[in-house]
Design a protein around this ligand. Structure first.
Ligand SMILES: [Zn+2]
Length: 138
């Protein structure tokens, strides 16, 4: 993935909900994930962090921004929800605007949905002149 130009970021080891998890346990999950990443990915000067469930408290942001570039997203595609509606998710994704970061999980249990939604999403916005780029790390 890194050889293809992708960045590998930290998303916690267990996908904990940061608002419901004591700070020390949450930080340990981030550290465990980082150790895993560091063991398999060549060292990078840029460390990315995207919180599971997409949100952090101000205190957590203060602790993490010293070491990580925190990536939040404007749109979270809901195709992985147990009761998702294909048209509703597409409508939600199509409301994305230029510069938005859209989250697609690639977990095994919903991989087929990711393929369908991601291809439709890319086709929809490509047809309207949008382009897709690597995050600006500056
Ligand atoms: Zn997640």
């Amino acid at each position: 993935m890194t050889a293809s130009g992708h960045f590998i970021g930290n998303h916690t080891y267990q996908h904990l909900n940061e608002w419901k998890t004591p700070a020390q346990i949450y930080l340990k999950a981030i550290l465990k994930c980082q150790q895993f990443i560091d063991a398999i990915v060549p060292a990078s000067s840029i460390k990315l962090f995207h919180p599971s469930y997409g949100r952090l408290t101000k205190t957590q942001i203060g602790m993490l921004k010293k070491e990580y570039k925190i990536i939040l997203c404007e749109k979270i595609s809901g195709y992985y929800q147990p009761n998702f509606s294909f048209p509703r998710v597409l409508r939600s994704l199509y409301e994305a605007q230029a510069g938005d970061i859209v989250l697609f999980h690639d977990i095994i249990k919903c991989y087929q949905n990711v393929e369908i939604f991601l291809l439709k999403f890319l086709a929809f916005f490509s047809a309207r002149g949008y382009t897709f780029r690597i995050l600006n790390m500056c």
